[in-house]
Design a binder for this molecule. Structure first.
Ligand code: ARG
Ligand code: GLU
Length: 720
């Protein structure tokens, strides 16, 4: 390295160390980030990334079907997102004869593209700070309820007055715990058609074993095309619709990204809690996450046992298993990460500094002294309720299937019991149809085993007066948890579609209601839900209200007391930009992870016939022949995935990773195991996001699928 380079590095060092973490607001990039981003290597201006009144890169980014991100990669509306985001759409298009989940799908022409009703692409037209309007007539002494009512009224006004076209939506979201409000004008396209998806052995390679883990070898991508009406506006599916002509689309780089390179991820992160006090992190690590993890652990073991023994059950439960396992594994990584990297201690040090600073300023001291003690006290107070709530929700609404159905019918039945017979009858078809539809792919014997395992745990862990004793008594009466499950499942209408259909055909509302009231699963459900509805839920709600208020004040205090620090608002499902550098990491002593994986690594993991690690023959052949076309790295290997210090979370799946010029170099889909705590505490030493290398995506489309015609509408570039 030349001497001058070293000096440049030293000069940049403080900036580089600071430039870690954060999900920034696109409209404040110039004010908050541009200088630093340029020091890190960005070659664009802030308003190339976000401009309200002319095309900018943000116009290529959209929220995909509510929960993921996607981006436009051609002038003809080609849309790229993750395979796991598109999974349910792909599954819905599949049948035994045309198993696109298993074998992949490639439209070889526009005519072959598959309409996917229900999938959506939402673009942000512009955003505005509307804090002053949203908080108009809000005063310090107001009760929380009056305050919220006033804000709701203000927001309704803001939305009504928002300048927008008739096909656009307007909504307002709180930021910084309600210290700021932003208005969003968006437009949502609903005619999306599936263009391409690799087989699961590529798109889901490594499945649950590799999920949340680096090194990773998954080609987690899928392609759609967005269609619009003849005026290029959102419209429901019609054969007359035309491919969207986007305001901007992302060029794709064939140069990749090397270690140290600047990258940024533009997308819709869902939720983070970066400003909680140490007490809250401790509770998550020691109480609530362990409860959730333990419940899911037991449910997953049961599912796994059945799925291994019966291929039909495996097909029916594969998506459910992946869903339950995804959060299970993240919570596990999160609690381990919080401990290993001493997040609680670091937060405590931060809080000590907060106290020190306010101690030196009498005004601050007076206004903020109570905050941390009150937060700590309230977290202590909420702990048993928070734990009981998680126990209840995880057990009966997220892991046992039948009780989730009983619960929804139960609240409908409640309307009848309150005398709202009209509403009850009006919703009848909708509610009962939903339960009926739920029988597709439902295996009562699987659910019964989950029920037995989880109710036993519930009796052991839930306070007697909060439902623990009720469940124990129910089991004792039948001779154990297994027997209780047998009895309830054999007698209930909720576990058998024939019995349910018979119930549906009962003519009068009164008789239906009576039958439902007598259903043994309904009686059981009421035994566990009553203490929740009467005690746990309301108390949790009340304390959570107190916490929300305290967090809002604590957030405002932090913004004021740490003036020199930049605070990004917690993720809330709105458009954000995060940036960082391509970097390996060292998870523990003597272990160093490199920043990129290759096709050779896919072959190292290959287990013929395995449902997670099988590799399609055609891919093996390409690898053997080293037929990588123009997509290989300089040293002739096929890149698959890479990591960087971008601060991402759930919802960032499918987000583009861009290089310094705004070219697509990767597709975000995950984070590394050791860094999953980054939703609560971001540590630049170990938190990394995982992206599919754009070159692997092109290689799969072109060389593997033979759909190279799609590359002709893309703009492939080779910067430097
Ligand atoms: N962990 C990634 C995310 O949170 C990928 C999940 C999909 N993959 C899976 N095996 N469940 O969404
Ligand atoms: N896989 C996640 C998603 O679907 C993104 C990974 C993360 O949580 O960072 O949004």
């Amino acid at each position: 390295m030349k001497r001058t380079n070293i000096w440049v590095w030293l000069w940049l060092l403080p900036a580089l160390l600071q430039a870690q973490g954060g999900m920034w607001l696109p409209l404040y990039l110039e004010k908050q980030n541009e200088k630093e981003m340029r020091a890190l290597g960005l070659k664009l201006k802030a308003d190339d990334l976000y401009a309200p009144n002319r095309p900018s890169i943000k116009d290529a980014i959209c929220q995909y079907s509510g929960g993921c991100t996607a981006e436009i990669i051609s002038p003809q509306g080609l849309l790229l997102t993750n395979h796991h985001c598109a999974f349910s759409a792909i599954q819905r298009q599949s049948s035994l004869e045309r198993n696109y989940v298993e074998n992949g799908f490639w439209a070889m022409s526009r005519e072959e593209e598959l309409p996917c009703p229900g999938e959506t692409a939402t673009f942000v037209v512009r955003m505005e700070d509307v804090t002053a309007l949203a908080l108009q007539n809000v005063t310090e002494g107001m009760s929380e309820r009056d305050r919220q009512a006033q804000i709701d009224k203000n927001i309704a006004q803001i939305r009504a007055n928002a300048r927008r076209e008739k096909w656009q939506e307007a909504f307002v979201r709180p930021f910084y715990y309600g210290n700021q409000y932003f208005l969003f004008i968006t437009e949502t396209y609903t005619d999306l058609r599936l263009v391409g998806a690799p087989p699961s052995s590529i798109g889901k390679f490594g499945a649950d074993t590799d999920n949340w883990v680096w090194p990773r070898h998954t080609g987690d991508f899928a392609l759609f095309r967005v269609y619009a009406d003849k005026d290029n506006r959102p419209a429901p599916y019609s054969p007359d619709n035309q491919p969207l002509r986007p305001k901007h689309f992302l060029p794709i780089s064939l140069s990749g990204a090397e270690e140290g390179a600047f990258t940024m991820v533009y997308g819709f992160p869902g939720r983070t809690d970066e400003y909680l006090p140490a007490a809250a992190l401790q509770q998550i690590a020691e109480v609530t996450n362990p409860t959730r993890v333990d419940i899911r652990d037991r449910a997953l073991k049961v599912l796994d046992r059945f799925m291994r023994n019966d291929p039909a059950i495996k097909i029916a439960y594969i998506a459910r298993y992946a869903n339950i396992a995804n959060a299970w594994k993240k919570w596990l990584g999160e609690m381990q990460g919080l401990r290993t990297y001493k997040a609680v201690e670091k937060k405590q040090a931060y809080e000590a500094e907060f106290l020190r600073r306010i101690g030196e300023n009498p005004t601050w001291a007076m206004r903020y002294r109570h905050l941390l003690p009150r937060l700590q006290e309230t977290y202590r107070e909420i702990e048993p309720y928070a734990d009981a709530r998680d126990n209840y929700l995880e057990t009966f609404l997220r892991n046992i299937q039948v009780t989730a159905a009983v619960a929804s019918v139960g609240s409908w039945l409640g309307e009848y019991e309150k005398g709202q017979v009209g509403t009850f009858s009006a919703r009848r078809t909708e509610v009962m149809e939903r339960v009926r539809a739920g029988f597709t792919g439902y295996y009562p014997e699987v659910d019964r085993a989950v029920f037995a395992a989880l109710t036993e745990r519930y009796a052991q862990t839930m306070r007697p007066e909060w439902g623990g004793a009720f469940v124990r008594r129910a089991a004792d009466e039948r001779g154990g948890f297994e027997a209780l499950a047998q009895y309830l499942f054999a007698a209930s209408a909720f576990t058998d579609s024939t019995r349910w259909k018979a119930l549906m055909s009962i003519p009068t509302a009164d008789s239906i209601a009576r039958r439902l009231q007598q259903d043994p699963l309904m009686t059981f459900w009421r035994g566990v839900s009553t203490p929740y509805n009467e005690e746990i839920g309301p108390k949790w709600q009340e304390l959570q209200g107190t916490l929300n208020l305290l967090q809002r004040q604590y957030m405002a205090a932090q913004l004021e007391v740490f003036k020199e620090k930049r605070f990004f608002p917690d993720a809330n499902g709105t458009l954000r930009l995060t940036y960082g550098q391509v970097r390996g990491y060292s998870p523990r002593d003597a272990v160093r992870y490199e920043f990129r994986t290759h096709l050779d690594g896919v072959m190292e993991k290959y287990v013929p016939g395995d449902y997670e690690f099988d590799v399609p023959k055609r891919l093996i052949d390409l690898w053997k022949a080293r037929d990588f076309g123009p997509y290989a790295t300089k040293d002739g290997r096929m890149p698959v995935a890479f990591i960087a210090t971008n601060h991402t979370t759930g919802g960032n799946s499918g987000s583009p990773a861009l290089d310094a010029y705004g070219n697509l170099v990767g597709l975000n889909f995950d984070r590394v195991w050791e860094g999953t705590m980054s939703d609560l505490y971001y540590d630049p030493a170990i938190c990394r996001n995982i992206m599919v290398d754009a070159r692997y995506i092109l290689f799969i489309i072109d060389k593997y699928a033979g759909a190279g015609y799609l590359l002709q509408e893309m703009k492939l570039v080779r910067p430097k």
